[in-house]
Design a protein around this ligand. Structure first.
Ligand code: FPP
Length: 256
């Protein structure tokens, strides 16, 4: 668990450039508490959280992260008050409106996973335009989980596999890990589908229906810092913690 220790300015120099996690996934939590602490409406926290998304996208891309997956809206978030949901649905419109030129300049490709066709029309348009505008970018993939839930993801994958079995195009005996990975919403990422590092902000230590299959061997790192306060320094501290971990994937440490 990390605190934001403002005193650490030289972290980038301590990071091993050969051990940057290829896929980083983030559960961006604490926007509401950030706002409440300041006696502001919750949406002020989401607004500020959107600025953090811009900062961390640039930092991650500069560090050499290949995929940054951000949990922006879950299938359970529809339970929030109507005004808050409306505001959250407007954020991608604002975000892409402001930030597409920077994303293109930084060669960042936008992708979105989740039930996009259930989103309001203007949100769908913003998302689809962003995907199209950045489709030729070959650098980091900025992958938003929007109206995403991992149980939904797994359920849809099972349905799709079931249809192939029923139509006779897939032998059930041939179904393996890779078949399932390929059918999940992260399937388009190929070998990069599984996060190496999963971060959750705000002091909560749970997964909240995010990438349940894909995080089987991810390193999990938590911080007390609320998402609107998350910055380059905290991110680098978490990357350093990742680099201290000994990843064995169920095997034993091999001598170098
Ligand atoms: C969780 O904080 C945050 C969310 C449900 C929304 C996350 C969205 C953003 C950070 C902005 C996304 C930007 C784009 C471009 C889509 P919370 O509200 O649950 O915080 P709390 O636990 O303190 O109440």
């Amino acid at each position: 668990m990390f605190k934001n220790t403002e005193d650490n300015h030289q972290l980038t120099n301590k990071l091993d450039p050969n051990n940057i996690p290829a896929h980083v996934a983030i559960i961006m939590d604490g926007n509401g508490r950030w706002a409440q602490k300041r006696h502001l409406p919750r949406i002020a926290g989401h607004k500020r959280g959107m600025e953090t998304v811009k900062t961390i996208t640039k930092v991650a891309s500069d560090m050499g992260v290949k995929v940054l997956t951000l949990y922006a809206f879950s299938t359970e978030n529809w339970k929030r008050p109507h005004d808050e949901v409306s505001y959250l649905m407007g954020l991608p419109v604002k975000f892409f409106n402001d930030f597409i030129p920077d994303l293109i300049k930084n060669n960042v490709q936008v992708r979105v996973m989740g039930l996009i066709d259930q989103l309001p029309a203007q949100t769908q348009k913003a998302v689809n335009d962003a995907i199209k505008d950045t489709e030729d970018c070959t650098g980091m993939v900025l992958n938003f989980a929007l109206n995403y839930g991992s149980r939904l993801d797994i359920t849809m994958a099972v349905q799709s596999i079931g249809r192939q079995v029923a139509s006779g195009t897939l032998d059930p005996e041939k179904i393996d890990d890779q078949t399932i990975s390929d059918h999940l919403m992260t399937g388009f990422l190929g070998q990069l589908a599984d996060p190496d590092l999963l971060i959750r902000t705000s002091g909560e230590e749970r997964i909240s229906n995010f990438l349940l299959w894909q995080i089987a061997y991810s390193e999990l790192v938590f911080t007390d810092v609320l998402w609107p306060d998350f910055d380059r320094v905290v991110f680098e501290e978490m990357m350093l913690e990742y680099q201290r971990r000994d990843r064995r994937f169920g095997g034993i440490k091999t001598s170098k």
